[in-house]
Design a protein around this ligand. Structure first.
Ligand code: GLU
Length: 401
């Protein structure tokens, strides 16, 4: 490649999204006629609730919805999101603090574009969702990983967080319930992080997209509720994707102090403008309605959660702590490395190799821990149909032997 053809350092330094890569490889294999079981991308297998689809269908027929909306979103949607915050997180925000984004992912991206100067550091409790460090890097920032493994049930340690703090620490990410681990961090941990952030003037970016998916009596603690003083330095990220089975509609949002929300709208005004008008109308029906749909899905996920954890732990060489949130099982597979597996006796030396072999030989798609800063693990999304889950686990078990 000639020099002039080399793309920017910014893009060359960014890794592709591993969750989406696994998903598209699995979908391509399916399209080619291979019967793949997909535990890859976290995507509820349920359809979007009827009343939400109806609202969108109606909105499609109204020419007013064929036009732009204000960049930060339809006023009715921003109001509905503010009301939802009060209902679920227990504190008041104004509609002016809300910016509607193209999925939660754009909210992540915007948060770091707004907060970071070159060289600013962001503490990322690890295992982390795969897009966080890349969004930090795209903003010129430096991701600083603070790892907590299965031995701590993936719960971050405030002393380790403090040890990672430097003069350049600008923000910390909070994700509870967690993608990829399914851990629900304790109220004490959330409180400790909130107090630490206030004391040291560190911004908190709290991704609350799995807030309603709790099991075994676990409850999501909202950092803005537990530590009210943090709200002036808090950016909450959320969206309709996981709560209402609306991944493809691309509606997320951020809620932040007003100057930050204004800055996000300014940025978005040059990037994507508003989120699709019809999708916003659908989101008004979703966010403005009750939580029955997510509670019904949660019941189904709970059955699958128990099934997958039991199946994974029954495999010699796999250890999976029981997750109490989201819809991911994060299994330690280090016991499967460096030993012959499958009929060919193939040997994996890393979880990335293991995931590739599992897909090629057993047609089971899972995301390797490397994508989440946690080599030696595999992430299984259990938001797929029960019979698929059972078949996928049967194949994994049979493949290991
Ligand atoms: N957030 C989901 C996941 O982690 C969807 C894919 C993505 O956006 O990364 O699998």
């Amino acid at each position: 490649m000639a020099d002039w053809q080399t793309l920017s350092d910014r893009i060359n330094n960014v890794a592709p999204s591993a969750t989406l890569a696994v998903d598209s490889k699995a979908k391509a294999m399916k399209a080619a006629g291979v019967d793949v079981i997909g535990f890859g991308a976290g995507e509820p297998n349920f359809p979007t609730p009827d009343y939400v689809v109806e609202a969108a269908a109606e909105a499609c027929r109204d020419p007013r919805n064929h036009r732009y909306t204000p960049t930060p979103g339809l006023p009715e949607l921003r109001e509905a999101i503010a009301r939802k915050m009060l209902r679920d997180s227990g504190y008041e925000v104004t509609p002016e603090q809300v910016v509607v984004t193209n999925g939660g992912k754009q909210a992540v991206y915007e948060a770091f574009q707004i907060l970071l100067n070159d060289g600013d550091e962001v503490i990322i409790p690890t295992p982390y969702w795969t897009s966080y460090p890349e969004a930090v890097k795209l903003a010129g920032g430096v991701p600083v990983e603070v790892f907590a493994g299965a031995d701590r049930s993936f719960e971050p340690d405030i002393d380790a967080i403090e040890a990672a703090r430097t003069a350049r620490t600008r923000a910390i990410i909070v994700t509870s319930p967690s993608n990829p681990t399914g851990a629900v961090w304790s109220r004490e941990t959330i409180e400790a992080i909130g107090r630490w952030a206030v004391e040291h003037h560190v911004w908190v970016v709290s991704d609350e997209i799995y807030e309603h998916l709790n099991y075994d009596g676990a409850r999501t603690s909202y950092i803005g509720q537990v530590v009210p003083e943090v709200r002036d330095q808090l950016i909450v990220l959320n969206g309709v994707a996981k709560t209402y089975a609306m991944t493809g509609w691309r509606v997320g949002w951020l809620v932040a102090p007003e100057p930050v929300a204004k800055a996000a709208a300014k940025l978005q005004g040059h990037m994507t403008s508003n989120v699709a008008n019809v999708s916003q109308r659908a989101a008004i029906a979703a966010v403005g309605g009750d939580l029955d749909a997510v509670y019904a899905m949660r019941e189904a996920f709970d059955v699958r959660r128990k099934a997958i954890v039991a199946a994974l732990n029954a495999i010699d060489g796999v250890h999976c702590p029981t997750p109490t949130g989201a819809f991911y099982a994060f299994a330690d597979v280090s016991g499967l490395l460096n030993r012959p597996l499958g009929v060919n006796g193939s040997v994996a030396t890393s979880s990335a190799e293991l995931a590739a072999m599992l897909l090629d030989e057993a047609h089971v798609a899972a995301v390797p821990g490397e994508a989440f800063g946690a080599p030696g693990y595999l992430r299984f999304s259990y938001a797929l149909a029960d019979d698929q889950l059972a078949e996928g686990m049967r194949r994994f078990q049979a493949w290991v032997g």
